[in-house]
Design a protein around this ligand. Structure first.
Ligand code: ASP
Length: 597
């Protein structure tokens, strides 16, 4: 039906006859000549119909926005005066000689050029129209290029693409499961995989050695910023490779992607241990484009009168830290500081103390702050020295439980970086390593920081005696403050796996019931193995500069985990529920009520 894509035409096509198929982006009538901007996935070209071809001209006159057309015509150069340098095809136009309307279209719910003036819910409801926009076309076409490049790289490196089940058992990655009731097994449920973690480990036990999959994962999480309940991972697992090997091969993949698709050289990725990342940046995914660093001042504060500081300073689980904004006095208004106080509140901080440094040489009078009166001169002096403060600097403070301070001031650091445009470079990749094995809850219970299948850096006996301080063999790849991927060397020894389960408070019966198949597999010749998974949506978002992962997913869910286009999740009829052995509570109540009325 067509010879070429609209958007692919250029001056090299002049005098060639082409047949194009596409949508009417715009139609203009210019005194007896009709211009149609015809659009397809490659772009837009201008087609001209004049009254010389009378019947086609009349047909062209009937054409409206978003009609689907087939056009034949000759490519010709535009007059110098009408060349459009803003258009990829702006040097040429197509002189139409034949036209067929393949389909008409009603007025679309929002003009493509005005997408930003309609709410995202409207764009998502009519996603198939929203996706006609050049930006969306580009982002999904780019996504396809990325997955092809990834497949090629992994294939060249000997990885096998193997699918794993979607209907499965719970795969613990720390989120809630999506459950699917079984019709054939009454009262039993499948869980959708939170990741292919255990299956890929079992594939290593089977000897496949290098596995990958571009895999859908499902996590029913509370809806925090920019997450999707179903998302895509580039999932990787290898045997007989240690962390160096795995990090090397996957770093190579990301570097090659950036090189080939964006012409960006990411250079060698530096490594940072978790403890340093938390201490300096308050985050395990530090954005190294921002030069600001947290500086702890806990040791200076335990004797001060100000309880807000001395309390956390004396608490072993507390943290008191400072964040200096060079030249911040002039850059930040009172109103902005108030806004930042609200901002850190989102992360649980009860306030945001600050000191404006007017004159470093005068700790009596040269500091301006509601809290400075609570700090003795020697403490003021020590703070200024430790932070290497200069006149005009502004110093923020965080004091609370360590987790709250790190999260709040870590986020403030990123916000300041963005608001004041402090970025020193465009791309800042790194590996974060030496994570703790476990996170300790307030009740003393332990939770796996990565997942329970991650190998510790010590023996089972050492792990048992000191779980809170044990480190794991996990690693995260971070880019511009976003976790691109994470993984670990796995436990391949049954005793070690049982030890970890025990520390996590999983009883032997529960271990058998939930992970019996894994424990069995570890008995039958499991090789040393490890891997990692990248978040594909996030990777594409960073590479395209999109502001939300929804913009790089064809049919994303809304913030409330629904699809407004298909209206999913939806109600099901009674017969279907009966087959699944399910009775709805609400419905039951309603029926009872109706009966009693
Ligand atoms: N399954 C892990 C995750 O989804 C990744 C890995 O350890 O390979 O985060």
């Amino acid at each position: 039906m067509r010879s070429d894509y609209c958007g692919a035409l250029n001056a090299s096509y002049i005098d060639r006859e082409v047949t194009l198929c596409g949508w009417v982006d715009r139609r203009r009538d210019h005194g007896g000549v009709i211009f149609i901007d015809l659009r397809d996935r490659a772009g837009i070209v201008q087609v001209v119909f004049d009254p010389d071809a009378q019947d086609k001209f009349e047909l062209a006159d009937k054409v409206r926005g978003e009609y689907v057309l087939q056009v034949t015509g000759k490519v010709r150069a535009r007059d110098a005066a009408t060349v459009n340098p803003n258009m990829a095809t702006g040097e040429i136009e197509v002189y139409g000689t034949d036209l067929e309307i393949l389909n008409e279209a009603e007025t679309i719910p929002f003009p493509l050029s005005e997408h930003s003036s309609v709410g995202e819910d409207v764009r998502l409801k009519y996603r198939y129209i929203d996706l006609r926009r050049a930006e969306m076309q580009k982002s999904l076409q780019f996504r396809s290029k990325v997955t092809i490049a990834i497949r090629n790289y992994l294939d060249e490196n000997g990885f096998l693409d193997i699918e794993t089940p979607i209907l499965t058992r719970a795969t613990p990655e720390g989120a809630r499961d999506y459950l699917v009731p079984s019709r054939t097994h009454e009262n039993k449920f499948f869980a959708l995989p939170q990741s292919p973690q255990l299956f890929k480990q079992l594939l290593m036990v089977s000897g496949f050695d290098r596995y990958y999959q571009i895999a859908k994962c499902f996590r029913d999480e509370d809806l925090r910023a920019d997450r999707q309940p179903e998302f895509t991972q580039i999932d990787i697992e290898t045997s007989f490779m240690d962390e160096e090997g795995i990090m090397g091969i996957t770093e190579g993949m990301v570097k090659q992607l950036f090189n080939n698709l964006l012409e960006v050289d990411l250079g060698e990725f530096p490594r940072m241990d978790y403890a340093t990342a938390m201490a300096k940046y308050g985050s395990d995914k530090p954005d190294l484009r921002i030069p600001l660093e947290l500086v702890d001042v806990k040791d200076l504060m335990d004797e001060v009168e100000f309880k807000v500081f001395s309390g956390p300073a004396k608490d072993p689980k507390g943290r008191v830290t400072a964040l200096k904004v060079p030249g911040g006095n002039d850059k930040l208004t009172r109103k902005q500081i108030d806004d930042y106080t609200k901002f850190v509140g989102i992360y649980g901080a009860k306030g945001l103390a600050y000191i404006k440094v007017n004159d470093v040489s005068d700790v009596e009078e040269g500091l301006q702050s509601p809290i400075v009166k609570f700090l003795p001169n020697n403490v003021r002096q020590a703070i200024l020295e430790r932070l290497d403060a200069q006149n005009g600097d502004l110093i923020f403070f965080g004091a609370d439980k360590a987790s709250v301070v790190s999260e709040a001031l870590g986020a403030l650091r990123c916000k300041l970086g963005e608001d004041l445009n402090l970025y020193t470079r465009e791309w800042a990749p790194l590996w974060v390593v030496d994570f703790p094995m476990f996170e300790e809850g307030d009740d003393g219970s332990m939770q796996a920081l990565h997942h329970p299948f991650t190998a510790p850096s010590c023996s089972p006996a050492e792990l048992k005696s000191n779980p809170a301080t044990a480190l794991s063999r996990a690693y995260d790849m971070v880019l511009n403050g976003t976790e691109l991927g994470g993984g670990s060397v796995r436990i391949h020894d049954q005793t070690m796996q049982q030890t970890v389960f025990e520390i996590l408070g999983i009883s032997s019966e529960e271990q058998r019931e939930k992970f019996g198949f894994l424990l069995d597999a570890l008995k039958y010749g499991a090789p040393p193995h490890g891997g990692l998974a990248f978040g594909l949506d996030r990777l594409i978002m960073l590479m395209t500069g999109a502001s939300s992962i929804r913009d790089v997913i064809a049919f994303p869910k809304t913030q409330s985990a629904a699809c407004v286009m298909t209206d999913a999740p939806g109600a099901v009829d009674a017969a279907q529920l009966r087959e699944l052995h399910i009775r709805l509570r609400q419905k039951e109540q309603k029926e009872l009520k109706e009966k009693s009325e």
